[in-house]
Write a new protein. Structure first.
Length: 326
């Protein structure tokens, strides 16, 4: 118990320092800010969700005492809560239906096989947290779309050094375009960073032997079928206008990012039999990281797999059906 408490306090302190580093304004602080959930996720996966809960609460209280209540709420909402809940879901398992413990003689019965919480549902929860945190951050700028847009525009002009001067036509158009895509881009970044933090935390705990579950087959990750209906609804809401439209754009961006991650899983499956598989995968990842826009192909691949079941058809062709018993 003392070890768990120590790990929780250490994880909370590290997470709080990484979160508060954004105040310095240094470029490296942005990286640390986005990695702030990582220590708490490591604690959750390696020492249980209770450890992340204790660490998150202590960190939030400490930040509130030093920097004020807004920092406490922001940390609890954007870092502590997602780290605790996603870590809890990653360790959530139940006995496989119809399985029975096996035992013979004096030997103790073997534990039944466990069915772990699906990776696709964890991705959906991460998308929900991305929507929540992005919407909450925008609501701190105003209570309506016009006010939020104006605050974003003034902030971007200040970053560009044009706060006290009239921007040119080209600069004004650029600023307006950036303001228009900022909410959706923020949701996509939040979704990606939460997923990356959870993956890194799982890698760290698995390497140290503390991960209390087998490594999942990420190639099989699939979002629940009703996610397509939810995406259609959020896309429709994005045309409603006003604050409702902004929330619809944020939710659509988070869900499309989730489908992009599923698209990568589909790519990993469909290239299993290719001789130049690593070249294909490496080129795809490099293109996405360098250019950015090729991620749209991954979104389309994830959506197409959800509709047509490419992975299932591919695996059915590669794996022969079992022979009938004589």
């Amino acid at each position: 118990m003392m070890t768990t408490a120590f790990i929780a306090l250490a994880a909370g302190a590290a997470s709080a320092l990484m979160f508060a580093s954004i105040i310095s304004g240094a470029l490296i602080s942005l990286v640390l800010f986005y990695l702030a959930p990582l220590p708490l996720m490591v604690a959750a996966l390696g020492w249980g969700p209770l450890s992340a809960t204790i660490g998150g609460l202590c960190a939030a209280i400490g930040l509130g005492a030093i920097f004020g209540l807004p920092y406490c709420i922001a940390f609890a909402l954007t870092v502590a809560l997602p780290a605790w809940w996603l870590g809890h879901l990653a360790l959530l398992g139940r006995p496989v239906a119809g399985s029975a413990a096996a035992g013979n003689g004096a030997a103790p019965p073997a534990p039944p096989p466990l069915e772990w919480y699906p990776i696709g549902r964890i991705l959906l929860w991460a998308a929900g947290f991305a929507v929540l945190t992005t919407t909450a951050a925008l609501l701190t700028l105003g209570s309506d779309a016009a006010t939020i847009t104006g605050a974003l525009r003034r902030g971007l002009l200040r970053i560009m050094g044009l706060r006290n001067s009239t921007p040119s036509a080209d600069a004004g158009n650029f600023v307006d375009a950036m303001v228009a895509i900022a909410p959706a881009a923020a949701a996509a970044v939040a979704m990606m960073t939460l997923t990356l933090n959870l993956w890194l935390a799982a890698k760290v705990t698995a390497t140290s032997g503390r991960l209390h579950r087998p490594w999942p087959d990420l190639k099989s990750a699939a979002l629940p079928p009703m996610t397509l209906a939810g995406l259609s609804l959020t896309l429709a809401c994005s045309f409603a206008g006003g604050l409702f439209s902004m929330v619809g754009e944020i939710a659509s961006a988070a869900l499309l990012t989730a489908y992009a991650l599923v698209g990568f899983a589909v790519l990993h499956t469909l290239t299993l039999s290719l001789k130049g598989r690593m070249l294909w995968l490496g080129g795809t990842y490099a293109a996405v990281l360098v250019a950015g826009w090729p991620v749209l192909a991954m979104v389309l691949l994830g959506l197409a797999d959800a509709v047509f079941g490419f992975r299932q058809r591919y695996l059915q062709r590669k794996i022969p059906p079992p022979m009938a018993a004589p």
